[in-house]
Design a binder for this molecule. Structure first.
Ligand SMILES: Nc1ncnc2c1ncn2[C@@H]1O[C@H](COP(=O)(O)OP(=O)(O)OP(=O)(O)O)[C@@H](O)[C@H]1O
Length: 218
């Protein structure tokens, strides 16, 4: 049984069909890239897989259970979407990493500052990074906070929407190593990448799922 499965997905925007009958299976342990031209609906697909965006048809299952049958906060704690530009408002980096642990969906988890420091260390940042004002971070630094926060929350599937696109090459490689290490760290995990960088896809993904642009109908 696939870990995350989508079948017969249908979605249009402003009367334009993005996908008509899209299916995708992601097995445990897999790292998959979704590819397609700008505007083909890659972000919308990842958001739909995360339960953040409505579908017009089709079904998504996690561990064989329909998305609609999961309590949504719990589903989203398993299937986590990381956008290219994470929204980070006031507070320090430490505040941002700690805050999700106060939510009901994560209340069974404990925040361990040492784990956060270890992850940030793997990304090449020291403990002082935790004290920075999150609202003033650069785009790449914001992505590191989002990646760290997501990993600390131990999801099952991470959906990475250009989630390293603002990082310098060295930090990108570090992030890729951390993410692939995370994937190998437990049996039932998976990664789904959207990346416009073919070299990155070749490094991190074992296969590519193409999103074909649909013909425009009158
Ligand atoms: N909330 C929305 N309402 C209406 N149209 C939307 C919405 N979100 C996205 N779209 C449109 O849907 C199409 C697909 O958008 P999406 O962001 O998924 O593309 P993408 O494949 O990720 O593109 P890129 O590679 O440029 O990031 C685009 O034409 C976009 O303008």
């Amino acid at each position: 049984m696939a870990l995350l499965s989508a079948s017969g997905l249908r979605r249009s925007v402003d009367g334009r069909a993005l996908w008509q009958d899209l299916s995708l299976d992601v097995d445990a342990g897999e790292s998959v890239a979704v590819v397609g031209p700008s505007g083909s609906g890659k972000s919308l697909l990842l958001r739909a897989l995360a339960g953040l965006d409505a579908l017009e048809g089709g079904e998504i299952t996690l561990e064989g259970r329909a998305q609609a049958g999961w309590p949504m906060p719990r589903y989203r704690s398993h299937v986590t979407y990381l956008p290219q530009r994470p929204a980070l408002d006031g507070g320090t980096v430490l505040d941002h990493l700690r805050r999700p642990f106060t939510l009901a969906a994560h209340r069974h988890r404990m925040f361990h500052p040492g784990e956060a420091e270890a992850l940030l260390g793997a990304f090449g940042r020291d403990g002082a990074f935790l004290r920075l004002d999150a609202a003033t971070l650069s785009g790449g630094e914001g992505q590191l906070v989002a990646l760290t926060r997501a990993l600390l929350l131990s999801p099952t599937v991470l959906l990475l929407d250009e989630a390293t696109a603002s990082l310098d090459p060295d930090t990108t490689r570090r992030a890729e190593r951390v993410l692939l290490g995370w994937l190998r760290g437990a049996a039932r995990r998976a990664l789904v990448w959207v990346s416009h960088d073919p070299a990155q896809r070749a490094r991190v993904a074992s296969r590519e799922v193409p999103l074909q642009p649909q013909p425009v109908t009158a």
